[in-house]
Write a protein that binds this ligand. Structure first.
Ligand code: IMO
Ligand code: MG
Length: 437
Protein backbone atom coordinates (compact mmCIF):
# COMPACT_ATOMS: atom_id res chain seq x y z
CA UNK A 1 0.00 0.00 0.00
CA UNK A 2 1.13 3.53 -0.64
CA UNK A 3 0.54 7.25 -0.66
CA UNK A 4 -0.62 8.22 -4.13
CA UNK A 5 -1.21 11.76 -5.40
CA UNK A 6 -3.75 12.21 -8.20
CA UNK A 7 -3.20 15.47 -10.08
CA UNK A 8 -4.46 17.17 -13.24
CA UNK A 9 -1.90 17.11 -16.05
CA UNK A 10 -3.48 19.74 -18.32
CA UNK A 11 -5.85 22.71 -17.76
CA UNK A 12 -8.17 20.93 -15.32
CA UNK A 13 -11.31 18.87 -15.91
CA UNK A 14 -9.25 15.81 -16.86
CA UNK A 15 -11.46 13.36 -14.95
CA UNK A 16 -9.69 13.38 -11.58
CA UNK A 17 -13.01 12.70 -9.80
CA UNK A 18 -13.60 9.46 -11.67
CA UNK A 19 -10.08 8.20 -11.01
CA UNK A 20 -10.21 9.06 -7.30
CA UNK A 21 -13.68 7.48 -6.90
CA UNK A 22 -12.36 4.33 -8.53
CA UNK A 23 -9.14 4.05 -6.53
CA UNK A 24 -10.88 5.07 -3.28
CA UNK A 25 -12.54 1.67 -3.11
CA UNK A 26 -9.32 0.40 -1.56
CA UNK A 27 -8.20 3.58 0.21
CA UNK A 28 -7.98 4.25 3.94
CA UNK A 29 -7.92 8.05 3.57
CA UNK A 30 -8.75 10.40 0.68
CA UNK A 31 -7.59 14.02 1.06
CA UNK A 32 -8.48 16.99 -1.17
CA UNK A 33 -5.34 19.07 -0.96
CA UNK A 34 -5.84 22.33 -2.90
CA UNK A 35 -8.23 24.65 -4.71
CA UNK A 36 -11.74 25.45 -3.60
CA UNK A 37 -15.19 25.23 -5.11
CA UNK A 38 -13.75 26.43 -8.43
CA UNK A 39 -13.18 22.68 -8.89
CA UNK A 40 -15.95 20.53 -10.28
CA UNK A 41 -15.34 16.80 -10.04
CA UNK A 42 -17.87 14.57 -11.76
CA UNK A 43 -18.34 11.10 -10.36
CA UNK A 44 -20.65 8.47 -11.83
CA UNK A 45 -21.00 5.32 -9.75
CA UNK A 46 -23.71 3.01 -8.35
CA UNK A 47 -25.05 5.92 -6.22
CA UNK A 48 -25.73 7.99 -9.37
CA UNK A 49 -24.08 11.02 -10.97
CA UNK A 50 -22.52 13.64 -8.69
CA UNK A 51 -20.74 16.94 -9.17
CA UNK A 52 -18.42 17.53 -6.23
CA UNK A 53 -16.73 20.85 -5.56
CA UNK A 54 -15.19 20.41 -2.12
CA UNK A 55 -15.97 16.97 -0.70
CA UNK A 56 -13.28 14.43 -1.72
CA UNK A 57 -14.36 12.02 -4.46
CA UNK A 58 -13.72 9.13 -2.06
CA UNK A 59 -16.92 9.93 -0.13
CA UNK A 60 -18.77 7.03 -1.81
CA UNK A 61 -16.54 4.49 -0.10
CA UNK A 62 -17.83 4.35 3.49
CA UNK A 63 -14.63 2.69 4.76
CA UNK A 64 -12.49 5.59 3.51
CA UNK A 65 -11.96 8.62 5.74
CA UNK A 66 -12.36 11.76 3.63
CA UNK A 67 -10.50 14.93 4.53
CA UNK A 68 -10.76 18.45 3.17
CA UNK A 69 -7.15 19.36 3.75
CA UNK A 70 -5.51 22.53 4.98
CA UNK A 71 -4.61 23.50 1.40
CA UNK A 72 -8.25 23.91 0.38
CA UNK A 73 -10.24 27.15 0.60
CA UNK A 74 -13.76 26.41 1.83
CA UNK A 75 -16.94 28.32 1.13
CA UNK A 76 -19.06 27.04 4.05
CA UNK A 77 -22.37 27.66 2.23
CA UNK A 78 -21.22 25.58 -0.74
CA UNK A 79 -19.87 22.82 1.48
CA UNK A 80 -23.05 22.60 3.58
CA UNK A 81 -25.15 22.41 0.42
CA UNK A 82 -22.91 19.69 -0.96
CA UNK A 83 -23.19 17.68 2.28
CA UNK A 84 -26.98 18.11 2.28
CA UNK A 85 -27.23 16.97 -1.36
CA UNK A 86 -25.14 13.89 -0.57
CA UNK A 87 -27.35 13.04 2.43
CA UNK A 88 -30.50 13.49 0.34
CA UNK A 89 -29.15 10.94 -2.11
CA UNK A 90 -28.20 8.35 0.47
CA UNK A 91 -24.47 9.12 0.75
CA UNK A 92 -23.26 9.45 4.34
CA UNK A 93 -20.62 11.89 5.56
CA UNK A 94 -19.83 10.35 8.94
CA UNK A 95 -16.23 9.85 7.83
CA UNK A 96 -15.74 13.40 6.52
CA UNK A 97 -13.36 15.79 8.29
CA UNK A 98 -12.31 19.37 7.61
CA UNK A 99 -8.86 20.66 8.49
CA UNK A 100 -9.03 23.40 11.10
CA UNK A 101 -6.26 25.08 9.08
CA UNK A 102 -8.28 25.33 5.84
CA UNK A 103 -9.07 28.95 4.95
CA UNK A 104 -12.64 30.17 4.63
CA UNK A 105 -14.07 31.95 1.63
CA UNK A 106 -15.90 34.99 2.99
CA UNK A 107 -18.56 37.10 1.23
CA UNK A 108 -15.96 39.79 0.43
CA UNK A 109 -13.82 37.23 -1.43
CA UNK A 110 -16.53 36.34 -3.93
CA UNK A 111 -17.52 39.99 -4.27
CA UNK A 112 -13.93 41.12 -4.87
CA UNK A 113 -13.35 38.28 -7.36
CA UNK A 114 -16.23 39.64 -9.47
CA UNK A 115 -15.15 43.29 -9.07
CA UNK A 116 -11.52 42.49 -9.96
CA UNK A 117 -12.64 40.63 -13.08
CA UNK A 118 -14.87 43.54 -14.08
CA UNK A 119 -11.95 45.95 -13.63
CA UNK A 120 -9.71 43.77 -15.81
CA UNK A 121 -12.26 44.30 -18.58
CA UNK A 122 -10.81 42.85 -21.80
CA UNK A 123 -7.94 41.34 -19.83
CA UNK A 124 -10.32 39.33 -17.63
CA UNK A 125 -8.93 35.95 -16.61
CA UNK A 126 -12.27 34.17 -16.83
CA UNK A 127 -12.23 33.10 -13.19
CA UNK A 128 -15.04 31.02 -11.73
CA UNK A 129 -16.08 34.00 -9.51
CA UNK A 130 -15.81 31.75 -6.44
CA UNK A 131 -13.46 34.06 -4.55
CA UNK A 132 -10.41 31.90 -5.14
CA UNK A 133 -7.86 34.63 -6.01
CA UNK A 134 -8.90 36.87 -3.08
CA UNK A 135 -8.99 34.05 -0.48
CA UNK A 136 -5.53 32.71 -1.31
CA UNK A 137 -4.17 36.28 -1.49
CA UNK A 138 -5.49 36.83 2.05
CA UNK A 139 -3.93 33.55 3.20
CA UNK A 140 -0.43 34.66 2.27
CA UNK A 141 -1.14 38.25 3.36
CA UNK A 142 -1.96 36.80 6.81
CA UNK A 143 -5.44 38.26 6.73
CA UNK A 144 -7.29 34.98 6.31
CA UNK A 145 -9.86 33.32 8.54
CA UNK A 146 -9.46 29.58 9.02
CA UNK A 147 -12.06 26.88 9.64
CA UNK A 148 -10.76 26.45 13.21
CA UNK A 149 -11.72 30.08 13.97
CA UNK A 150 -15.39 29.06 13.65
CA UNK A 151 -15.03 26.97 16.80
CA UNK A 152 -14.51 30.05 18.99
CA UNK A 153 -16.95 32.90 18.38
CA UNK A 154 -14.79 35.54 20.10
CA UNK A 155 -11.72 34.67 18.05
CA UNK A 156 -13.85 34.56 14.92
CA UNK A 157 -15.35 37.98 15.64
CA UNK A 158 -11.99 39.62 16.19
CA UNK A 159 -10.47 38.08 13.01
CA UNK A 160 -13.53 39.07 11.00
CA UNK A 161 -13.68 42.64 12.22
CA UNK A 162 -9.96 43.15 11.49
CA UNK A 163 -10.31 41.77 7.96
CA UNK A 164 -13.59 43.51 7.23
CA UNK A 165 -12.25 46.92 8.20
CA UNK A 166 -9.71 46.69 5.40
CA UNK A 167 -12.08 45.00 2.93
CA UNK A 168 -14.77 47.61 3.47
CA UNK A 169 -12.25 50.37 2.85
CA UNK A 170 -11.35 48.70 -0.47
CA UNK A 171 -14.99 48.09 -1.40
CA UNK A 172 -16.12 51.65 -0.69
CA UNK A 173 -13.03 53.66 -1.69
CA UNK A 174 -11.59 51.66 -4.58
CA UNK A 175 -14.66 50.01 -6.08
CA UNK A 176 -17.21 52.52 -4.77
CA UNK A 177 -19.73 49.86 -3.73
CA UNK A 178 -21.57 49.66 -0.37
CA UNK A 179 -19.71 48.13 2.61
CA UNK A 180 -20.57 44.69 4.00
CA UNK A 181 -22.15 44.34 7.44
CA UNK A 182 -20.02 42.83 10.19
CA UNK A 183 -23.09 41.68 12.14
CA UNK A 184 -24.67 39.96 9.15
CA UNK A 185 -21.52 38.05 8.21
CA UNK A 186 -20.82 37.24 11.86
CA UNK A 187 -24.30 35.79 12.44
CA UNK A 188 -24.29 33.88 9.18
CA UNK A 189 -20.84 32.35 9.74
CA UNK A 190 -21.63 31.49 13.37
CA UNK A 191 -24.55 29.44 12.04
CA UNK A 192 -22.25 27.77 9.51
CA UNK A 193 -19.77 27.14 12.32
CA UNK A 194 -22.38 25.36 14.44
CA UNK A 195 -23.26 23.09 11.52
CA UNK A 196 -19.67 22.40 10.51
CA UNK A 197 -18.19 22.05 14.02
CA UNK A 198 -18.52 18.23 14.14
CA UNK A 199 -16.37 17.97 11.02
CA UNK A 200 -13.60 20.44 11.95
CA UNK A 201 -10.42 19.12 13.57
CA UNK A 202 -6.67 18.81 13.22
CA UNK A 203 -6.32 16.43 10.27
CA UNK A 204 -2.66 16.31 9.25
CA UNK A 205 -1.77 13.94 12.11
CA UNK A 206 -4.43 11.46 10.92
CA UNK A 207 -2.89 11.51 7.45
CA UNK A 208 0.69 11.13 8.67
CA UNK A 209 -0.31 8.28 10.95
CA UNK A 210 -2.05 6.39 8.14
CA UNK A 211 0.97 6.91 5.90
CA UNK A 212 3.33 5.70 8.62
CA UNK A 213 1.23 2.56 9.05
CA UNK A 214 1.54 1.81 5.34
CA UNK A 215 -2.14 2.44 4.62
CA UNK A 216 -3.33 3.40 1.15
CA UNK A 217 -3.73 7.19 1.18
CA UNK A 218 -5.01 9.10 -1.83
CA UNK A 219 -4.27 12.80 -2.27
CA UNK A 220 -6.84 14.35 -4.61
CA UNK A 221 -5.79 17.41 -6.57
CA UNK A 222 -7.91 20.08 -8.20
CA UNK A 223 -7.29 22.03 -11.42
CA UNK A 224 -4.28 21.08 -13.55
CA UNK A 225 -0.54 21.75 -14.00
CA UNK A 226 -1.04 24.49 -16.60
CA UNK A 227 -3.16 26.48 -14.13
CA UNK A 228 -0.39 26.45 -11.51
CA UNK A 229 0.53 29.97 -10.31
CA UNK A 230 4.26 29.27 -10.87
CA UNK A 231 4.36 26.91 -13.83
CA UNK A 232 1.06 27.55 -15.59
CA UNK A 233 0.19 30.14 -18.21
CA UNK A 234 0.57 33.06 -15.80
CA UNK A 235 -1.45 35.24 -15.26
CA UNK A 236 -4.16 32.96 -16.70
CA UNK A 237 -3.89 30.58 -13.78
CA UNK A 238 -5.64 29.76 -10.54
CA UNK A 239 -4.37 30.84 -7.11
CA UNK A 240 -3.37 27.63 -5.35
CA UNK A 241 -0.91 25.08 -6.64
CA UNK A 242 -2.46 22.02 -8.32
CA UNK A 243 0.95 20.29 -8.55
CA UNK A 244 2.03 17.12 -6.78
CA UNK A 245 4.48 19.18 -4.72
CA UNK A 246 1.52 20.98 -3.20
CA UNK A 247 -0.11 17.70 -2.21
CA UNK A 248 2.40 17.39 0.64
CA UNK A 249 1.80 20.91 1.90
CA UNK A 250 -1.96 20.77 1.39
CA UNK A 251 -2.26 17.61 3.49
CA UNK A 252 0.62 17.91 5.95
CA UNK A 253 2.98 15.20 4.67
CA UNK A 254 6.67 15.30 3.87
CA UNK A 255 7.67 14.74 0.22
CA UNK A 256 9.34 11.39 1.02
CA UNK A 257 5.92 9.96 1.92
CA UNK A 258 4.62 10.12 -1.65
CA UNK A 259 5.09 6.82 -3.47
CA UNK A 260 3.35 7.46 -6.76
CA UNK A 261 2.16 10.52 -8.61
CA UNK A 262 -0.60 9.86 -11.12
CA UNK A 263 -1.30 12.56 -13.68
CA UNK A 264 -4.77 12.51 -15.17
CA UNK A 265 -4.87 13.54 -18.84
CA UNK A 266 -7.69 13.64 -21.33
CA UNK A 267 -7.01 12.03 -24.70
CA UNK A 268 -7.45 15.57 -26.12
CA UNK A 269 -7.12 19.07 -24.62
CA UNK A 270 -9.66 21.37 -23.03
CA UNK A 271 -9.46 24.71 -21.32
CA UNK A 272 -12.13 26.86 -19.70
CA UNK A 273 -11.53 30.57 -19.09
CA UNK A 274 -9.09 32.91 -20.81
CA UNK A 275 -5.45 32.35 -21.78
CA UNK A 276 -3.57 30.72 -24.64
CA UNK A 277 -4.30 27.17 -25.79
CA UNK A 278 -2.22 26.38 -28.87
CA UNK A 279 -4.21 23.36 -30.07
CA UNK A 280 -7.68 24.89 -29.65
CA UNK A 281 -9.97 23.91 -32.54
CA UNK A 282 -12.50 26.62 -33.33
CA UNK A 283 -14.16 24.44 -35.92
CA UNK A 284 -16.44 21.43 -36.38
CA UNK A 285 -13.92 19.06 -34.83
CA UNK A 286 -13.76 21.13 -31.64
CA UNK A 287 -17.56 21.38 -31.63
CA UNK A 288 -17.86 17.63 -32.13
CA UNK A 289 -15.59 16.89 -29.15
CA UNK A 290 -17.49 19.39 -26.97
CA UNK A 291 -20.84 17.84 -27.90
CA UNK A 292 -19.79 14.22 -27.59
CA UNK A 293 -17.91 14.65 -24.34
CA UNK A 294 -20.33 17.23 -22.89
CA UNK A 295 -17.47 19.65 -22.40
CA UNK A 296 -19.26 22.30 -20.36
CA UNK A 297 -17.89 23.54 -17.02
CA UNK A 298 -19.32 21.74 -13.98
CA UNK A 299 -18.94 24.86 -11.85
CA UNK A 300 -19.94 27.58 -14.33
CA UNK A 301 -21.53 25.66 -17.27
CA UNK A 302 -19.28 27.62 -19.64
CA UNK A 303 -18.48 25.77 -22.88
CA UNK A 304 -14.94 24.39 -22.66
CA UNK A 305 -12.48 25.15 -25.44
CA UNK A 306 -11.51 21.84 -27.09
CA UNK A 307 -8.54 20.77 -29.21
CA UNK A 308 -6.04 18.05 -30.07
CA UNK A 309 -3.72 16.63 -27.43
CA UNK A 310 -0.84 19.02 -26.78
CA UNK A 311 2.21 16.87 -26.02
CA UNK A 312 4.49 19.88 -25.47
CA UNK A 313 2.26 21.09 -22.63
CA UNK A 314 1.65 17.48 -21.57
CA UNK A 315 5.36 16.68 -21.23
CA UNK A 316 5.75 19.79 -19.11
CA UNK A 317 2.87 18.59 -16.92
CA UNK A 318 4.66 15.26 -16.48
CA UNK A 319 7.95 16.93 -15.59
CA UNK A 320 6.77 19.57 -13.11
CA UNK A 321 4.71 16.97 -11.27
CA UNK A 322 7.33 14.22 -11.40
CA UNK A 323 4.67 11.80 -12.60
CA UNK A 324 5.17 8.07 -12.21
CA UNK A 325 1.96 7.16 -14.07
CA UNK A 326 -0.65 8.57 -16.38
CA UNK A 327 -4.39 7.91 -16.18
CA UNK A 328 -5.71 8.63 -19.68
CA UNK A 329 -9.40 9.55 -19.79
CA UNK A 330 -12.04 10.04 -22.52
CA UNK A 331 -10.21 7.89 -25.04
CA UNK A 332 -13.63 6.76 -26.34
CA UNK A 333 -14.38 10.32 -27.51
CA UNK A 334 -12.11 9.60 -30.50
CA UNK A 335 -14.07 6.45 -31.49
CA UNK A 336 -15.60 8.07 -34.59
CA UNK A 337 -12.40 9.61 -35.94
CA UNK A 338 -10.63 8.13 -38.97
CA UNK A 339 -7.50 10.13 -38.11
CA UNK A 340 -6.30 12.06 -35.07
CA UNK A 341 -3.52 14.54 -34.41
CA UNK A 342 -1.05 15.14 -31.59
CA UNK A 343 0.86 18.41 -31.23
CA UNK A 344 4.54 17.47 -30.86
CA UNK A 345 6.15 20.92 -31.09
CA UNK A 346 5.28 24.59 -31.54
CA UNK A 347 6.27 26.94 -34.31
CA UNK A 348 6.93 30.37 -32.85
CA UNK A 349 7.79 32.86 -35.59
CA UNK A 350 10.93 31.30 -37.16
CA UNK A 351 11.69 28.94 -34.32
CA UNK A 352 10.55 25.42 -33.50
CA UNK A 353 9.97 24.98 -29.77
CA UNK A 354 9.79 21.63 -28.03
CA UNK A 355 9.82 23.05 -24.49
CA UNK A 356 6.75 24.73 -22.99
CA UNK A 357 7.53 28.47 -22.79
CA UNK A 358 7.39 30.21 -19.42
CA UNK A 359 6.17 33.47 -20.94
CA UNK A 360 2.54 33.61 -21.93
CA UNK A 361 3.22 36.21 -24.64
CA UNK A 362 5.45 33.65 -26.37
CA UNK A 363 2.87 30.90 -25.96
CA UNK A 364 0.27 33.20 -27.53
CA UNK A 365 2.41 33.29 -30.69
CA UNK A 366 2.93 29.51 -30.82
CA UNK A 367 1.28 27.49 -33.57
CA UNK A 368 1.04 23.71 -33.19
CA UNK A 369 3.10 21.31 -35.27
CA UNK A 370 1.09 18.12 -35.61
CA UNK A 371 1.78 14.47 -36.11
CA UNK A 372 -1.03 12.47 -37.77
CA UNK A 373 -2.13 9.11 -36.45
CA UNK A 374 -4.75 6.64 -37.63
CA UNK A 375 -8.04 6.55 -35.77
CA UNK A 376 -9.93 3.33 -35.00
CA UNK A 377 -13.58 3.97 -35.89
CA UNK A 378 -15.13 1.49 -33.52
CA UNK A 379 -16.60 1.73 -30.05
CA UNK A 380 -14.15 1.00 -27.24
CA UNK A 381 -16.48 1.79 -24.30
CA UNK A 382 -17.10 -1.89 -23.54
CA UNK A 383 -13.43 -2.93 -23.62
CA UNK A 384 -11.72 -3.72 -20.30
CA UNK A 385 -8.44 -5.21 -21.51
CA UNK A 386 -5.68 -3.21 -23.19
CA UNK A 387 -4.89 -5.99 -25.65
CA UNK A 388 -8.47 -5.95 -26.92
CA UNK A 389 -8.31 -2.28 -27.91
CA UNK A 390 -8.17 -1.70 -31.68
CA UNK A 391 -4.65 -1.19 -33.07
CA UNK A 392 -5.26 2.52 -33.68
CA UNK A 393 -6.16 3.10 -30.01
CA UNK A 394 -3.18 1.08 -28.76
CA UNK A 395 -0.85 3.01 -31.06
CA UNK A 396 -2.29 6.29 -29.85
CA UNK A 397 -1.64 5.36 -26.22
CA UNK A 398 1.89 4.13 -27.00
CA UNK A 399 2.71 7.30 -28.92
CA UNK A 400 1.56 9.43 -25.95
CA UNK A 401 3.73 7.34 -23.62
CA UNK A 402 6.74 7.97 -25.88
CA UNK A 403 6.10 11.68 -26.23
CA UNK A 404 5.42 12.17 -22.53
CA UNK A 405 8.09 9.73 -21.29
CA UNK A 406 5.65 8.27 -18.77
CA UNK A 407 3.66 5.02 -18.72
CA UNK A 408 -0.12 5.02 -19.13
CA UNK A 409 -1.30 2.83 -16.24
CA UNK A 410 -5.03 3.34 -16.50
CA UNK A 411 -7.34 4.15 -19.43
CA UNK A 412 -10.90 5.42 -19.08
CA UNK A 413 -13.26 4.50 -21.91
CA UNK A 414 -16.47 6.00 -20.47
CA UNK A 415 -17.71 7.94 -17.47
CA UNK A 416 -18.84 4.97 -15.34
CA UNK A 417 -16.55 3.59 -12.64
CA UNK A 418 -16.37 0.24 -14.44
CA UNK A 419 -15.53 1.72 -17.85
CA UNK A 420 -11.85 1.46 -17.11
CA UNK A 421 -8.88 -0.47 -18.42
CA UNK A 422 -6.39 -1.08 -15.65
CA UNK A 423 -2.97 -1.54 -17.19
CA UNK A 424 -0.98 -1.38 -13.97
CA UNK A 425 -2.19 -1.29 -10.34
CA UNK A 426 -2.01 2.20 -8.89
CA UNK A 427 -2.46 1.42 -5.21
CA UNK A 428 0.92 -0.12 -4.54
CA UNK A 429 -0.42 -3.66 -4.94
CA UNK A 430 0.96 -6.05 -7.55
CA UNK A 431 -0.33 -5.65 -11.10
CA UNK A 432 -3.84 -6.75 -12.10
CA UNK A 433 -4.85 -8.94 -15.01
CA UNK A 434 -3.50 -6.98 -17.95
CA UNK A 435 -0.78 -8.76 -19.85
CA UNK A 436 0.77 -5.45 -20.87
CA UNK A 437 2.04 -4.51 -17.41
P1 IMO B 1 -11.12 21.04 -11.77
O1 IMO B 1 -10.67 20.65 -10.39
C1 IMO B 1 -10.80 23.79 -15.15
C2 IMO B 1 -9.83 27.99 -14.24
C3 IMO B 1 -10.91 29.03 -14.47
C4 IMO B 1 -10.05 30.21 -14.87
C5 IMO B 1 -8.81 30.05 -13.98
C6 IMO B 1 -8.83 30.92 -12.74
O2 IMO B 1 -12.54 20.75 -12.07
O3 IMO B 1 -10.15 20.49 -12.78
P2 IMO B 1 -10.24 30.72 -10.47
O4 IMO B 1 -11.72 30.73 -10.23
O5 IMO B 1 -9.56 29.46 -10.02
O6 IMO B 1 -9.55 31.95 -9.96
O7 IMO B 1 -10.10 30.78 -12.07
O8 IMO B 1 -8.78 28.68 -13.60
N1 IMO B 1 -10.22 26.85 -13.37
C7 IMO B 1 -10.47 25.61 -13.80
N2 IMO B 1 -10.52 25.11 -15.06
N3 IMO B 1 -10.99 22.98 -14.10
C8 IMO B 1 -10.93 23.46 -12.84
O9 IMO B 1 -11.01 22.66 -11.76
C9 IMO B 1 -10.70 24.85 -12.64
N4 IMO B 1 -10.61 25.63 -11.56
C10 IMO B 1 -10.29 26.86 -12.01
O10 IMO B 1 -11.79 28.66 -15.49
O11 IMO B 1 -9.63 30.08 -16.20
MG1 MG C 1 -13.84 19.91 -13.36
Amino acid sequence: MAVVAIVGGQWGDEGKGKIVDLLAEKARIVVRFSGGDNAGHTVINPYGEFQLHLVPSGIFTPEATCIIGNGVAINPAVLLKEIEDLHNRGVGTASLFISDRAHLIMPYHTLLDALEEETRSKGALGTTHRGIGPVFADKVARLGIRAGCLLDKDIFRSRLSAALQLKNAILTKVYEVPPLSLEEIYDQYCRYGEQLAPYIRETSSMIRQAAAQGEFVLLEGAQGALLDPDFGTYPYVTSSSPLAGASCIGAGLGPREIDRVVGVFKAYSTRVGAGPMPTELKNQIGDFIRRKADEYGVTTRRPRRCGWFDAVAGRFGVEVNGLTDIALTHLDIYDDFSAVKICTAYRCEDEVLTAFPSDVTILEKCRPIYEDLDGWQESISGIRDFEKLPAGARNYVSRLEDLLSCPVSLISVGSGREQTISVKALNGESSPSSSRA
